[in-house]
Write a protein that binds this ligand. Structure first.
Ligand SMILES: Cc1cc2nc3c(=O)[nH]c(=O)nc-3n(C[C@H](O)[C@H](O)[C@H](O)COP(=O)(O)OP(=O)(O)OC[C@H]3O[C@@H](n4cnc5c(N)ncnc54)[C@H](O)[C@@H]3O)c2cc1C
Length: 289
């Protein structure tokens, strides 16, 4: 049966050409913000052959040039919200570990349309860029007509599909702190190599000097309602040699196991997710040497 509800309300499509225009629109009207549309078009799909159902006015952000910049300042790499994953990956200032995560994301066609900010705002625990962005302590620039604020990604996402953005606000930029790491470990566990949604994922990054851990970040995707990352547990590695870490490894993995609370769904089950997550953590620790 064809649902004709869509015809009952006139839907307006806004295509602002600059950020000021977009901010003025969202200040007056409640809209759905559409970037690449790779989540929204699927979430709002209609029976085959019919146009997707958008029940609110829609604001396309992909004509806004100010959102397409990638640059570096003294403290951050700044990625505009309108940059597609392919544009991010093709840019020479983007670190290789960001490119590695993007290369396992969907297929080239999707990466040519999808944005990293869309992945963040979709706020799925299985969003592939999220463990990396949490591990890097990324921040988001949020703008409304009247103010600009910068929030940590961990404070932005509040649950599956949920975030703190108000109706009159838009994410304009991702800020990745500039830091040096000499270890990077990433695993996406999916049904197949390409175009698979993660059963779970793991990111481990670290900086070691003369066998001592100076900095370490550990993040798990799709094993809880939001990304699992613990500053407290990371601190237990810092200042320790690899030999010292080996002797406390069991305690630390037990603590992580308490934070890993996956669900059963069509892609996997909680026992598998938990076991593989802890195996990946152990493998990362082993590969620090
Ligand atoms: C075939 C296929 C394969 C996929 N594979 C993967 C995969 O491997 N890994 C993965 O993580 N995801 C995957 N996805 C999901 C999707 O591609 C990603 O989540 C993508 O990053 C979404 O970006 P987008 O620009 O298309 O977002 P959109 O669909 O345009 O928007 C997604 C959400 O973000 C909001 N939004 C977008 N931009 C802004 C902004 N500037 N400010 C505020 N809110 C904003 C929208 O309102 C919406 O709620 C796949 C999707 C498809 C269709």
């Amino acid at each position: 049966m064809v649902d004709n509800n869509i015809n009952k309300k006139q839907i307006v499509t806004y295509m602002p050409e600059n950020l000021q225009e977009a901010l003025e629109i969202i200040d007056k009207d409640e809209v759905i913000i559409l970037a690449g549309g790779t989540d929204l078009m699927v979430r709002r799909k209609s029976p085959s052959g019919l146009i997707p159902k958008f029940d609110k006015n829609t604001l396309f952000v992909n004509n806004i040039e100010e959102l397409k910049n990638i640059n570096k300042d003294d403290n951050y790499i700044n990625i505009g919200a309108g940059c597609t994953l392919s544009q991010i990956s093709d840019n020479s200032i983007i670190p290789d570990y960001v490119k590695e995560v993007i290369s396992d994301f969907a297929s080239l066609g999707i990466r040519n349309a999808a944005t990293m900010v869309g992945n963040i705002c979709n706020a799925s625990p299985a969003g592939d860029t999220l463990p990396l962005l949490y591990a890097l302590n990324a921040k988001l620039v949020i703008k409304s007509l009247k103010e600009e604020k910068i929030v940590d990604i961990k404070d932005f996402i509040t649950g599956p599909g949920r975030h703190i953005l108000n109706k009159n606000e838009i994410v304009t930029e991702i800020k990745i702190p500039l830091e040096n790491f000499n270890k990077f470990y990433y695993k996406k566990v999916g049904t197949r190599k390409a175009t698979a949604i993660s059963k779970l994922s793991f990111v481990g990054i670290a900086r070691l000097k003369a066998n001592v851990v100076e900095d370490i970040r550990i993040a798990f995707g799709a094993v809880a309602a939001t990304i699992v990352k613990s500053d407290d547990l990371e601190k237990r590695f810092v200042g320790k040699t690899l030999e010292e870490i080996n002797s406390i490894k069991g305690d630390i993995t037990d603590e992580y196991a308490k934070l890993i609370t996956p669900i059963d769904d069509q892609r996997s089950n909680k026992n598998y997710r938990k076991k593989v997550a802890i195996n990946l953590l152990n493998d990362f620790i082993k590969q620090l040497s």
